[in-house]
Design a protein around this ligand. Structure first.
Ligand code: HPA
Length: 254
């Protein structure tokens, strides 16, 4: 049974299309109680590349929790209570700008939050200490650098940088919304990047995003009338994730 004194080398949160880490050896399921309620599902803690790692499916293992209903606070608090200090968030996204077409992997360095009505802070309950964490650089610089270096060592193509725009979902965006996001400076669009990144900062966790581009965002691709289907999203995530085990192995070896 894990306690908070056991170390977890890396916690991985999987997004749409990524509900398990097949390479995890001897996984044990943990669902620790948290101050914030129930998490999306079990945290699978096991061995990968000789290291102890934790995996949590953000939407639940059966993809039953929509982005606006995810208990981001409970998920992160649970990973921390199991001993995680650094989190690699896998986020399935749409690509907005030229370098971020379907099947690209990217490690964004900025984000813009367009979500609303989500509990986005640990300071929600009255009586809790108010935190004003620095968030100028929303992803942990050192962990991002390690991810980028690991991809390079593993020979996995990865775009270093980009701005992630977090939308409310669960519907996809209108073409006008994507045009506005492009004007704002967004390269990628997804529904789960926030409040997760902000909460990780409040919890003192190192946190980086590995974005997996599943489709061109609405109107952003060569065919502006293209209809985005879940099957396309899943097929592209599966193809783009082929290099993930090698990247993770290099990250854990680094
Ligand atoms: N928009 C928002 N979230 C997404 C998309 C998208 O186009 N594709 C995958 N997740």
């Amino acid at each position: 049974m894990s306690t908070s004194t056991d170390t977890i080398d890396l916690a991985v949160i999987g997004g749409t299309g990524l509900y398990a880490l097949a390479e995890l050896e001897n996984p044990e399921a943990h669902q620790p109680p948290t101050h914030y309620g129930a998490l999306s599902g079990p945290v699978r803690v096991g061995t990968f590349a000789g290291r102890r790692i934790a995996f949590l499916a953000r939407h639940g293992e059966g993809h039953s929790v929509p982005p606006h209903k995810i208990n981001y606070r409970a998920n992160l608090a649970a990973l921390k209570s199991l001993g995680a200090t650094r989190v690699l968030a896998l986020n399935t996204v749409g690509g907005i700008t030229e370098r971020f077409g379907p099947r690209v992997l990217a490690c964004p360095d900025q984000l813009i939050d367009y979500t609303w009505g989500r509990i986005s802070t640990l300071c929600e309950e009255s009586g809790t200490e108010v935190l004003h964490v620095d968030f100028g650089e929303p992803y942990t610089r050192s962990l991002r650098a390690e991810v980028v270096a690991a991809a390079s060592r593993a020979g996995v193509a990865l775009v270093d940088g980009g701005c992630y725009g977090a939308t409310q979902g669960p519907r996809l965006e209108t073409r006008a919304e994507i045009t506005r996001m492009r004007r704002d400076g967004c390269d990628l669009v997804g529904m789960t990047g926030m409040p997760e990144a902000g909460l990780a900062r409040e919890l003192g966790l190192d946190y980086a995003c590995l974005a997996i581009v599943a489709n061109w965002a609405a109107g952003a691709g060569p065919d502006p009338d293209e209809v985005i289907t879940l099957q396309d999203v899943l097929d592209n995530v599966a193809a783009a994730s082929a290099g993930l085990p090698a990247l993770l192995r290099a990250l854990l070896d680094g």
